[in-house]
Design a protein around this ligand. Sequence first.
Ligand SMILES: NC(=O)c1ccc[n+]([C@@H]2O[C@H](COP(=O)([O-])OP(=O)(O)OC[C@H]3O[C@@H](n4cnc5c(N)ncnc54)[C@H](O)[C@@H]3O)[C@@H](O)[C@H]2O)c1
Length: 377
Amino acid sequence: MSNKIKWGVLGGGGDSLIGILHRIAASMFDAYQLTGGVFNPDVTISLDFAKEIGIPTDRIHANLDEIIAAELALPEKERIQVFSVLTPNFLHFPMAKQLLEAGFHVICEKPMTMTYDEALELQSIQQKNKNIFALTHTYTGYPMVRQMKEMIANGEIGAIQKVDVQYYQGWINPIIHDKDQRSSTWRLNPKKSGISCCMGDIGVHAYQMLEFVTGKKIKSILADLNHLYEDNQMDIDGTILLRLDEYVKGVLRASQIATGEENNFTVAVYGKKASLKWEQENPNYLYLLEEEKPLQVLKPGHSYNSALSLDGTKLPPGHPEGIFDAMGNIYKGVAKAIRGEQFNEGEFPGMQDGVRGMNFIEKAIQSHHDGNAWVTL
Ligand SMILES: NC(=O)c1ccc[n+]([C@@H]2O[C@H](COP(=O)([O-])OP(=O)(O)OC[C@H]3O[C@@H](n4cnc5c(N)ncnc54)[C@H](O)[C@@H]3O)[C@@H](O)[C@H]2O)c1
C-alpha cells in the first residue's frame, strides 16, 4: 500500500479558482494521495469532476456528514487523514470544526472563519485534540519571503523602524459598477463572505505577511475603508495605519478597485541598518537596500539563503518557481507535521494566524465605523 497521506478535498471543484492550486501543490512532493471529497454541493457534479481528474468515485460524497461517517467506518489506516477546506468563506468554520471534532487534520483556506468568536472556538477545539491545522496564506511559502523572515530575525537589517505592505487588485472594478453583478458576487455578500470583502480577502494576507516576516505583532490600527456605493455593504478598498510599537509604525493598503492591478502584493520592512522589499509579481527577487551601497537582489536556491528558504526551492538557481511552488511548500510542511517529522514553524501558517487575522478583520471594520478611530488588537 502507498505510504502517501490520504487527502480529502471539500470545495475546490472544476468551477473553482483555488482547487487547481491545491491539487498541484499537494502532488508536488509526492506526499499526498487525493482519496475522496465533496467538490461541489451537487453530488453529480462532484462525481463527474472525480472522473474528469481520474480519481476513484467510491469516496466522493454528497456532503460533509456523509463523507465523515463513511471515513470513520473504515479501519484507521485506510481513512482520509487530512481534509482541505476550499469552499467559500462561510463554510470554513462549520466544516473545519466538524472535521477537527471527528479527529481529522485540516488545511483551511483563509479567512479562517466568519467571526473572531468562531476563530476562538476553533482554536479551543484544536488545542484540546492537537490535530494539525494549517491556514493557507499561500505567499508565506515563497522561498524569498522565508528568506526575508530569517534575515529580519537574524538582525541583518537592524531594529525595524517602518513597515509598508500593499495588496492591490482591480478585479472588482467592473463588477462594482454593475448593480446586478455587485449584488450577485459571493465575495460582496456578507452572508457568504463575512463582514468584510477587501480586508477579509486580501487585507488579511497583507496583515499576516507583515507579522510573518517581522516576527512582531501589530498592536493597534486605524482604518479608512471605501464601499464606493451606498447599496454595497462591503469594503472594497482601504488604508490602515499600523502601530507595532511606540516607535515602529507603518501602513497597510489593500484595494480591489485599483483598476488594472492584478495581484500587486508588496511588503517592505525598513530597519536601522538596511531594508528588505519583496513583490509577489516578481517573487524570486528579494531586494536588500543599504545606505551608500548598490541595491542587492537576492535570489532563491543559492547557498547564502537560510535553510528555511532553501527547503522551499526544488531546482537550481535561475529556474523560476511561482505560486504553485509556494503552496507546494506549505503542503510539504504540513506533510512533515502529519508524519511527526521535524519542521520549522515558518513552514506553514496555522491556528494562531487565523485567530489574529479574524481579530484584525473585525477591528478594521470597527475602526472604520467608529469614525476612523484607533483600536487595539
Ligand atoms: N490562499 C489564497 O491565496 C486564496 C486565493 C483565492 C481564494 N482563496 C480562498 O479560497 C476559498 C475559495 O475561493 P474560490 O475563489 O476558489 O471560490 P470559488 O467560488 O471559485 O469556488 C468555491 C468552490 O466551493 C464549492 N462549494 C460551494 N459550496 C460547497 C459545499 N457546500 N460543499 C462542497 N463544495 C462547495 C463550489 O462548487 C466551488 O467548487 C475562499 O475562502 C477564498 O478566500 C484563497
